[in-house]
Ligand binder design. Sequence first.
Ligand code: SAM
Length: 270
Amino acid sequence: SDHRLSYPVSPDEMDWSDYFPAYFSKKRKLDDTAADAKEDEAEEGDTSAASDRPANPVTGIPLDTKKVEIADIGCGFGGLLISLAPTFPETLILGMEIRTQVTAYVQDRITALRNQSLAAKKEGTDGDGEAAAVPGGYQNIGIIRGNAMKFLPNFFERHQLSKMFFCFPDPHFKARKHKARIISPTLLAEYAYILRPGGIIYTITDVEDLHLWMAKHLEEHPMFERLGEQEQEEDVCVKIMRTDTEEGKKVARNKGSKWVACFRRVEEPV
Ligand code: SAM
């Protein structure tokens, strides 16, 4: 159950600094006094221009200039996030996962990779660990506990995302459970809202029936068009999602099949 999950009232209210500390400064709490605000303003001067924003002292990354652009929905143990991190070192990538312990595990994994990377940088060497040589130092990936079937537009603005991944989603086999599937006409309207025109939904599953279901609903939806075979196969993200998620690895070990379908979010009809 997700009764203890909390959601921001709107994307503006979201404090991303807990998830991407190298990219965001702590959001001022509503109960901070006006006096505090004035004092800070006097000390900091005008920080409204992005180029004047302070940088994170450890990484040198300018704060509050980026937004999450890639979402891994139901990210599980984080394999996709960790592979995408150096592939898109300048892009913020967020995993959303409903299970508490799995979320905590992924958070620990990310923290360890970041620390390794920072330590190697400090020593002024490339280090011997894999993390050291990785562009972006894993500062660009984050994990949040949440129910992706609820309130996604509270986290993301209209057109904020460029990519959404649905890797091996729970199949919910029985017909009466199909409404629990993460691809449905209602949810697709939400995904179309938060994805920018040209943005891509990636789906992969080892359950053929679920593949046909997801492809059917996406094909029927006016805001999505399917990627051709060639474009799909040339996409580096498709390669990564075939091999690097934990579920995908399990399927490979069991010599199961993997069905992929990718869809582009079309321009707004005029
Ligand atoms: N994507 C990962 C992979 O390929 O290894 C995990 C796949 S696993 C079969 C499905 C994951 O989706 C589980 O970790 C589950 O907890 C998560 N999940 C299911 N429903 C969800 C929801 N409504 N919101 C967020 N995560 C969800």
